[in-house]
Write a protein that binds this ligand. Structure first.
Ligand code: SME
Length: 165
């Protein structure tokens, strides 16, 4: 049985350090990327407070043969399955290869509302060999929920997962 739980009293940096270590332990040596993303989606839910959605979109191919983001393992409500590159917060992260920290999703042009409860969002790309292969997406029901400390924590997770998904 796995029992990865955050210690109750600690700062954000320590929380992300523990999340990173738990994700490292769970995914190390496992070659199935879907299984690894599923476990990390669960860990995000356990370790990062005040979320209403946490999970992955993977780079895939659309009907026209163009790249698009396709829903991967997650926790939260059912979500949009396919997102064009450059559209919404996830599409922006996939297009630019840069983390998107959005304090108010309603002010973000093209934001895709999968869950009406979402108010702020953090999306970090997972990059392998210079290409975006997936994104980690976190949604919160609170405005301004995410800070640079959250971005740094999720980026370090994204870097570790780059050859494990
Ligand atoms: N809001 C995202 C879409 C994905 S859901 O939040 C799960 C976006 O604008 O890209």
């Amino acid at each position: 049985m796995f029992d990865f739980k955050p210690d109750p009293v600690q700062g954000k940096a320590e929380n992300y350090r523990q999340l990173h270590n738990a994700a490292d332990a769970l995914t190390q040596g496992e070659s199935d990327g879907i299984a690894n993303m599923a476990n990390v989606a669960s860990l995000l839910w356990e370790f990062v407070p005040d979320l209403n959605w946490a999970g992955f979109y993977r780079m895939g191919e659309g009907a026209s043969g163009k790249d698009e983001l396709v829903l991967g393992p997650f926790t939260g409500r059912p979500a949009c399955i396919r997102i064009p590159i450059g559209v919404g917060v996830c599409g922006a992260a996939a297009k630019t290869g840069e983390t998107q920290l959005v304090e108010d999703v309603h002010a973000f042009p093209g934001h895709i509302a999968c869950d009406a409860a979402s108010q702020s969002e953090l999306v970090a790309p997972i990059i392998r060999d210079g290409k975006v292969i997936a994104v980690i997406d976190l949604d919160s029901p609170n405005k301004g929920r995410f800070t640079q400390e959250d971005a740094a924590g999720i980026e370090s997770l994204a870097a570790m997962l780059s050859d494990r998904i």
